[in-house]
Ligand binder design. Structure first.
Ligand SMILES: [Fe+2]
Length: 359
């Protein structure tokens, strides 16, 4: 196909990211976001790299943003949502509506926040000797491809007062508890230490918290599971960016009916993977510490969007009952066998209860 024809088939978003002049990583998973090579990003006056995980299917995207020591990124606003996880460093963000008061809050490694839709925002690295690095998940592909008009998306005067009213404590107020382990807030100071709650249905002695941030449609959750355990397999729609924030282990991912083609992704802190649409996936802790991950994804409870994500995906209900989870007693013996082999390599004891096939 001629070059000209090829570019015709690219989405508006793809053409845009290719025009940004920074590296584009297209991978199934990335072993360490802190080590991804970034390039000079003129538009933001910073450094960056797009992370196009194979499985997100153009419904959200992600990028690494790096600000060198003592520098700030250029202010911008846009008609797509962004959720920011701070991979390293320390600094501040200022957020405002055109003509409105500026609100500034400080962040550090482990912080999580969302940019209210189309609000101006600017990031500052306050460290004089170290760079600061973010992982940002956005809804840019969905929005850019739908409107296919970059001026509308990147230069739009509409103010979403319902999302951000400029109030003084917008990013500092105490959050509020909602039903079902949900914490509604606009800023989580450190997802690595935020208290989590039991979620027995997903197995492995796991604890979890869901965050609703800045009335975004993009949402996130943190899950932790103990040493020597693994979670139950489940499946849901595409677009979950699973970032490892603590521990080490691996995930298995497979499509129903293709169990012999399971993909194994080994992970440690700083890694990211995205389970493909409706593929089963299962997370295993093989390290000496509890394993913890942050998933930035669709599936807000306040603003549900797609079928098969969040609660609409019945992610903690057995497939036998019409849900999308494989209970321990129904899993293939290979799952436990591999886990025990992997634990043995690290000298860690299996803490999973016996199953019917290994008694
Ligand atoms: Fe999942």
């Amino acid at each position: 196909m001629a070059e000209k024809d090829k570019s015709k088939n690219l989405t508006t978003h793809r053409k845009w990211i290719e025009g940004q002049g920074i590296p584009i990583l297209s991978e199934f998973s990335v072993p360490n976001l802190k080590e991804v090579k970034v390039g000079s990003w003129e538009r933001l006056g910073a450094y960056g790299a797009f992370i196009v995980l194979d499985a997100v299917e153009d419904i959200n995207d992600a990028y690494v943003l790096e600000m060198s020591a003592g520098s700030s990124a250029r202010a911008e606003r846009h008609m797509y949502e962004e959720v920011v996880y701070v991979l390293s460093g320390r600094g501040a963000s200022t957020v405002w509506n055109e003509g409105g008061p500026k609100r500034t809050f400080e962040w550090h490694e482990g912080s999580l926040f969302a940019i209210p839709l189309n609000a101006w925002h600017q990031f500052f690295n306050v460290q004089e000797d170290k760079h600061a690095r973010f992982y940002v998940v956005s809804s840019a592909p969905l929005v850019m491809n739908l409107f296919h008009n970059l001026d509308f998306v990147l230069n739009n005067p509409y103010i979403f007062q319902d999302r951000f009213d400029g109030r003084k404590d917008f990013f500092n107020a105490e959050g509020q508890e909602m039903a079902g382990r949900v914490w509604e807030t606009n800023f989580v100071e450190d997802v690595r230490t935020f208290p989590l709650l039991d979620w027995k249905e997903r197995g492995g002695g796991g604890i979890n918290r869901l965050f609703e941030l800045a009335d975004s449609t993009l949402t996130c959750h943190v899950s932790q599971f103990p040493v020597g355990t693994y979670k139950k397999a489940h499946r849901h729609g595409a677009g979950a960016n699973v970032i490892i924030v603590q521990g080490q282990g691996y995930s298995l991912l497979w499509e129903e009916g293709k169990e012999s083609q399971r993909v194994k992704v080994d992970w440690k802190v700083g890694g990211v993977l995205a389970p493909p649409n409706m593929w089963f996936h299962q997370h295993f802790n093989t390290g000496a510490d509890p394993a913890k991950y942050l998933a930035i994804r669709w599936g807000s409870r306040k603003f549900p969007l797609f079928k098969n994500v969040g609660e609409r995906g019945k992610v903690d209900v057995s497939v036998k009952e019409g849900g999308n989870q494989i209970e321990y007693e129904d899993e293939h013996p290979y799952i436990r066998k591999l886990f025990e082999e992997e634990l043995a390599k690290n000298g860690v004891q299996c803490k999973m209860p016996p199953t019917k096939y290994n008694k």
